[in-house]
Design a protein around this ligand. Structure first.
Ligand SMILES: Nc1ncnc2c1ncn2[C@@H]1O[C@H](COP(=O)(O)OP(=O)(O)OP(=O)(O)O)[C@@H](O)[C@H]1O
Length: 485
């Protein structure tokens, strides 16, 4: 089988909940692979045992599946875990560490964390950028072996070649150049024997046949190091492309450590996967159309050269815009699943959904509407709503009840005229107290549609209670106007 021309990957660490920054990276990798008829892989970078947790891995997989970002290779594809999980790949890395050491391209480093911190502090104080001072670079091999045999802890450091210019053409940012003198020898194996990020990440890309590494700009400084490493190992380098970071309101990049913009939270709040994907796809990329698109639609024409370089601020209003669009096309059957099981008679469920859906921002708001229109328990009214009923007066509700009782099956147009005549009110003076009496909230679908939907006994009870309230002239407990009780 010939390898695909494009093979991308998303390689998160299971150290926190997936956030919108991670997700945009995952999405763009999916789009790049799809646009080219290539493959998308999911790899889990859990070699840092202290920070990685199974619950985060589970949450990550659940989030990606919910979003429909399916992977061609990775967890659940029938391959052994060592194909996609770094913690299981020690056996793959060991001979490569050895190869580098044998070639003199890596050496054991015995510096303690304290000694390294002191060196960094000294460099900073002298106005120099902190980098490894090379303390262990010249330790003779025999001596290093002796110290290791005596049980001394050591990392393995990559020896950065002197006086080299490292250049590459970033798929998003264009030509990049770095001086090796600025890099400093870096750790590729931790003291516990596990692969450090720079090593495991680059090696897995190479061995996995990844052609394009599309990742956040936070990795840009890693790229020259990884290029040197791949070269020392004799592996081909992928195309590297770095996306601008997504920043939060405070201007800081979203990150797992800060827990902002977690996908799981947005899902729990009722956001639709299509809304998230359509919102994120438009951060730094202009899809073929302004419509709500599925993954194939978003992928049409996707290419690295079309990606923007400006950082993107998370914009809740834009996300809500796409949520609205996603809700508008959600099939009625998908929405009825959100109705409480026993409140709304089965023959009324579809009509209820069809009536209130233009007013829904989130599917779970359906439960509120079901209670407003079908729950016999009295509504709880906000103070200003109760005041509106009191101001309308008991006579208003007597007249309304009489007209409604006398006109069964009347269309809204004639009912409206009859109500206006009987109450002497029109426009807002008529509709607001009536709406508040029936639903408890000042907004929602057309009154005629609501009246059609509501069972007679509930409608009657709501008007009766509004009358009582207006007659007593007292306000009920002020409470959340969204919650009917
Ligand atoms: N705010 C962000 N905007 C865009 N991409 C991001 C952002 N944060 C992380 N990424 C990208 O998400 C991918 C997965 O990264 P990773 O799992 O290390 O997440 P992280 O949020 O940086 O985690 P941590 O907070 O533990 O460093 C990487 O390609 C990374 O560059």
């Amino acid at each position: 089988m010939t390898p695909p021309a494009v093979k991308t990957r998303f390689a998160p660490s299971p150290t926190g909940l997936l956030h919108l920054g991670n997700l945009r990276t995952a999405l763009f990798n999916v789009l790049l692979a799809r646009a080219a008829g290539g493959r998308f892989c999911l790899r889990i970078e859990d070699s840092d045992a202290a920070r990685s947790e199974t619950r985060y891995l589970d949450a990550l997989l659940e989030d990606l599946r919910w979003l429909g970002l399916d992977w061609d290779e990775g967890p659940g594809d029938g391959q052994p875990e060592s194909a996609w999980r770094q913690a299981e790949r020690g056996g793959v890395y060991a001979p490569l560490f050895e190869r580098l050491e044998e070639a003199g391209a890596a050496y054991p480093c015995f510096c303690s964390a304290e000694a390294l911190a002191e060196a960094r502090a000294r460099q900073r104080a002298a106005g120099q950028p902190p980098r490894y001072p090379g303390t262990c670079a010249a330790i003779p091999r025999a001596e290093a072996r002796r110290r290791l045999a005596a049980g001394e802890a050591a990392t393995l450091r990559f020896r950065v070649p002197a006086a080299r210019r490292i250049t590459f053409d970033d798929g998003v940012r264009g030509p990049q150049a770095f001086a090796s003198a600025d890099l400093g020898d870096f750790v590729i194996r931790r003291t516990d024997g596990t692969a450090a990020f720079l090593f495991g990440n680059a090696v897995d890309d190479a061995l996995g046949g990844i052609t394009h590494v599309l990742r956040g700009e936070d990795h840009l400084a890693n790229t020259p190091r990884q290029l040197l490493l791949l070269q020392a190992l004799g592996f081909a380098a992928p195309v590297y492309a770095h996306l601008p970071m997504i920043v939060g309101d405070d201007g800081a990049p979203l990150s797992k450590r800060h827990g902002a913009g977690a996908v799981a939270e947005l899902r729990a709040a009722g956001y639709r996967p299509e809304a998230l994907l359509n919102y994120l796809a438009r951060l730094g990329y202009q899809p073929a159309s302004d419509e709500l698109l599925d993954l194939d639609g978003l992928a049409r024409g996707f290419r690295l050269a079309a990606l923007g370089r400006a950082p993107a601020r998370f914009d809740g209003a834009q996300l809500d815009h796409w949520q609205e669009r996603a809700m508008a096309v959600l099939p009625v059957a998908a929405l009825t699943a959100w109705l409480p099981a026993d409140l709304v008679p089965s023959e009324a469920r579809e009509a209820l959904v069809a009536t209130v859906r233009p007013n829904l921002r989130f599917p779970q708001e359906l439960a509120d509407w079901a209670r407003r229109l079908y729950d016999p328990a009295p509504l709880t009214l906000a103070a200003d709503a109760a005041a509106t009923l009191v101001a309308a007066g008991p006579g208003f509700f007597d007249a309304v009840s009489e007209v409604i009782a006398a006109s069964p099956g009347a269309g809204w147009d004639s009912l409206r005229r009859a109500l206006a005549e009987a109450t002497g009110c029109r426009g807002r003076a008529l509709f607001l107290p009536l709406r508040l009496a029936l639903t408890g909230v000042p907004h929602g679908p057309g009154l005629g549609e609501l009246l059609d939907l509501m069972p007679d006994d509930i409608r009657r009870a709501r008007l009766e209670r509004a009358r009582e309230l207006a007659a007593n002239g007292t306000s009920l407990d002020a409470s959340d106007p969204q919650q009917p009780h």
